[in-house]
Design a protein around this ligand. Sequence first.
Ligand SMILES: Nc1ncnc2c1ncn2[C@@H]1O[C@H](COP(=O)(O)OP(=O)(O)O)[C@@H](O)[C@H]1O
Ligand SMILES: [Mg+2]
Length: 293
Amino acid sequence: MMEANVNGTNQPAKVEIAGEEVIVVSNIPQIEVSEKAREVKPEAGVKLDVRHVNFYYGSKQALSNVTLPIRERQVTALIGPSGCGKTTFLRTLNRMNDLIPGTRIEGEAIMDGDNIYGTGIDVIRLRQRVGMVFQRPNPFPSSIFDNVAYGLRVQRKSGHSITETVEESLRRAVLWDEVKDRLKAPAQGLSGGQQQRLCIARALAVKPEVLLMDEPCSALDPIATLKIEELITQLSENYTIVIVTHNMQEAARVSQFTGFFLSGKLVEYGPTVDIFKHSKVKETEDYISGRFG
Ligand SMILES: Nc1ncnc2c1ncn2[C@@H]1O[C@H](COP(=O)(O)OP(=O)(O)O)[C@@H](O)[C@H]1O
Ligand SMILES: [Mg+2]
């Protein structure tokens, strides 16, 4: 008789088939939770406290009663099948959805004591504090230097401080050594992975506190993906990070907390280790083990 781990447990499942006890061999891949995922800082404060958020595109409700703490200087991964509202939720965290006509939000997200949905909020400033990196690297059609300097020029910083911050940001994004000799070259000439790190450097230049990343590796090859994942781990020492990913191995590699969305609802949230190893909700377990999605 064959034995196997079934879905990540050490207990082989025993079932009866035609009166005989059989040990089930499962081909469901086990998700390895990294050491990084286990580095939960119990003292980590809540950077963005999202409470009872509903979101509507016109009459269509895309998020229902989402309550979720985004922990400071930790990585929170958002997972769930396509169309479940991950991108919509991410965009509620810096009010990017405001740019889409006919949308409406209810609930609150408290950052440092203020509700970011409040009327007195400076949205431009909010988007500097809560920066965003998109699925496809989207450098501006200008030089490597000018891409990173963009937000600093908007802020009317001086030439000397711009030069300094551009270098610092490129170093933080682990791109400096690859581009320092061609800062005036077009950003479009970089590889996909380099472009994504450039977009991260551009976001870092305006000194954000939170970094939102919407499937930042989905357009990249495995080596570039690994580099971005290492960078995320490194950045989480200084920044609060929220990453959307359809890749569960990635969530288990980079995040300490995971939220699972389904049809606009947050079905389960908790430490990544708990979500992947001891999920309490059947839908989560089904999704993680690849039974749908
Ligand atoms: N600009 C939009 N206008 C109308 N509906 C939208 C818009 N963007 C997304 N939606 C809808 O909202 C739901 C959630 O979408 P999205 O947040 O993009 O999901 P995910 O990122 O999980 O794939 C989907 O039903 C999608 O069709
Ligand atoms: Mg999406």
